[in-house]
Design a protein around this ligand. Structure first.
Ligand SMILES: Cc1cc2nc3c(=O)[nH]c(=O)nc-3n(C[C@H](O)[C@H](O)[C@H](O)COP(=O)(O)OP(=O)(O)OC[C@H]3O[C@@H](n4cnc5c(N)ncnc54)[C@H](O)[C@@H]3O)c2cc1C
Length: 233
């Protein structure tokens, strides 16, 4: 099926992208890797009036550690870049375990971690990983910049708290207080499928003790489910 008619813009700066979204009418969409949005448009589950392609916006294609130990992943950092990353292999075991399990190599070459978080698919793998690690996203819109913890970002299946003119510029994984350990387990019917169920575990240890444990579940509810500590009654 062909998508409904839509206007396409490919701005060359973040400010231009935000102002296009701001002035763009009732139903506007950001396009990053297009690996979720384009299939939805072809099926006419999504019929935006305006698509703002951010692939020409410079400075969004990165993942890097800051001096404080936090990890920053830009809006155009592809799954494949994370799969190949030496930085993740040495410092982020939960992310390194998940990266090769996202879809297939073709999707990983185009799709982005930030796009996956924004898409808010209950079966998206990165949302569980970022939630388990206590991460957040940085959104920029006509009202300025704000940090949104992953725990409060998704409001339901395929829904998030972004305003129509906000773009997520990066995801942030906070520095660890101890030594990181962890992994991502995914049950899939065939290699490359979405998760039937997945679980992300992110531990920080110090002096032989676990000082932080983050657990999040993929594909078992209307959105990614965090498993915070609960006191016994
Ligand atoms: C065959 C196939 C198999 C797949 N298998 C898996 C899998 O096993 N696990 C998995 O997790 N995912 C899977 N996916 C989804 C894939 O990971 C997508 O790449 C990802 O969900 C979306 O990233 P994207 O960059 O392609 O986003 P897009 O498709 O460009 O956008 C998705 C949504 O997010 C919004 N968006 C994107 N970027 C931003 C931004 N910076 N700011 C604000 N809004 C934004 C868009 O407006 C849109 O609503 C699969 C996809 C396909 C086609």
């Amino acid at each position: 099926m062909y998508p409904s008619r839509f206007r396409y813009e490919a701005p060359r700066s973040l400010d231009e992208a935000i102002s296009l979204l701001h002035d763009g009418g009732d139903y506007v969409k950001v396009l990053a890797g297009g690996q979720s949005l384009v299939p939805l448009m072809k099926l006419r589950f999504a019929s935006p009036e305006l698509v703002v392609d951010i692939n020409n916006v410079p400075g969004l294609s990165y993942h890097r550690a800051q001096s404080d130990g936090s990890l920053h992943i830009g809006a155009l950092c592809r799954h494949a870049e994370l799969e190949r990353s030496g930085l993740l292999k040495t410092t982020q075991p939960t992310m390194a375990a998940a990266a090769p399990l996202i879809a297939d190599p073709i999707v990983r070459n185009r799709g982005t971690l930030v796009g996956s978080l924004c898409h808010a698919d209950p079966q998206g793998d990165w949302a569980s990983v970022v939630l388990a690690l206590g991460g957040s996203v940085i959104a920029q819109g006509s009202g300025g910049r704000r940090a949104i913890p992953m725990a409060g970002f998704v409001t339901g299946p395929f829904e998030n708290v972004l305003a129509p003119d906000e773009i997520v510029v990066e995801a942030v994984i906070p520095a660890a207080s101890g030594t990181r350990a962890g992994g991502y387990l995914k049950l899939e019917r065939r290699v490359g499928d979405f998760a039937t169920v997945g679980v992300a575990v992110a531990l920080e240890t110090s002096g032989g003790k676990v000082i932080r444990a983050g657990i999040a579940l993929t594909g078992v509810g209307g959105s990614t489910i965090g498993a915070p500590r609960r006191r016994r009654p």
